[in-house]
Design a protein around this ligand. Structure first.
Ligand SMILES: [Fe+2]
Length: 304
């Protein structure tokens, strides 16, 4: 199956629901991005999206803010993804707050018998703050801790290709402009950094990074390293119910269960993950960092 096959499937099966169910929120996104105090949210009412309908939230000034996609990868795909990510955790054990960035994050990991907790950072190329490679674009340490880990991580990337195609396709329908810009960034990274070209060969995902979060309860936070006009793509797996994403500025809660996805402009919209019921929760945020756009001279494409 190719990216084109997945694009056609998404266009027929997912895109119509997203195009029909657009909800406009009385929020000025540009003001929100500038953190202006005059932002008026008094006319907003508390809303929960949990009725099995895909939706897109748009601001009063015309910016897409959040897109909610149910069953983004289907039941079989979710079950396969859950087993794959649990198997990968056995080979590359998740850690808790190994880096300075992790430790500054708000939240905690649910510690339950028989379940995995912690995080694994799978970034093909980034500028690792506070590490020995500071200033140089490198793959994340969780990929490179040993030769075996590099091999196992590349195997995982390759096996995730259908999921990555799906994320790419969904992004294309959520925000065609950002999708086009992210494609430009991937090409620019390949030209500038040989290591990007090398790692991209086994991973079709447009985003340069993803984290695998096992049983993470994320506190209220902004995605501070992402550009203002970027969407983070949150995909979930596991066996649980609930686990709502809360977005206080929009007074919006969205149910995010295994196989569902949310695209969110997380640099501007503060968000958190509520506790869930049932078993293991695995969340996979896909992201892109401002530093990479700037290094490739493309920062203006994702900022005001
Ligand atoms: Fe986030």
């Amino acid at each position: 199956m190719t990216q084109g096959d997945v694009d056609r499937f998404v266009q027929q099966r997912v895109a119509p629901a997203l195009q029909e169910n657009i909800v406009t929120f009385p929020i000025d996104f540009r003001l929100a991005a500038q953190k202006k105090k005059q932002l008026n949210t008094s006319s907003l009412v508390e809303t929960t999206w949990e009725d099995n309908t895909a939706r897109k939230a748009v601001s009063a000034d015309g910016y897409g803010m959040v897109a909610y996609i149910l069953h983004a990868i289907g039941l079989k795909g979710t079950s396969w993804l859950t087993s794959s990510l649990l198997a990968y955790a056995e080979v590359n054990p998740p850690h808790i707050g190994k880096s300075a960035t992790s430790q500054s994050k708000v939240g905690l990991y649910a510690d339950r018998p028989g379940e995995v907790r912690g995080e694994i950072r799978l970034v093909r190329t980034w500028f690792a703050l506070g590490q020995e490679h500071k200033g140089e674009a490198v793959p994340s340490r969780d990929i490179l801790s040993s030769g075996k880990m590099l091999a196992k991580s590349c195997e995982l990337f390759k096996s995730l290709d259908l999921v990555s195609y799906r994320v790419n396709s969904l992004l294309k329908f959520v925000d065609p402009q950002f999708h086009a810009n992210l494609t430009l960034l991937r090409e620019a990274m390949e030209r500038k950094h040989a290591v990007s070209k090398c790692m991209n060969a086994v991973d079709p995902l447009l985003y340069e990074g993803r984290e695998i979060l096992y049983n993470r309860i994320s506190g209220l936070h902004f995605d501070t390293q992402d550009p203002k006009l970027a969407y983070a793509a949150l995909l979930t797996a596991g066996q649980f119910q609930g686990g709502y994403v809360s977005i206080p500025l929009l007074k919006l809660r969205i149910r995010l269960e295994p196989g569902d996805m949310i695209f969110i402009r997380g640099r501007v919209l503060e968000h958190s993950i509520e506790e869930w019921e049932g078993g293991q929760r695995i969340s996979v945020p896909h992201f892109t960092h401002t530093s990479m756009w700037r290094s490739c001279g493309l920062g203006h494409l994702v900022d005001f």
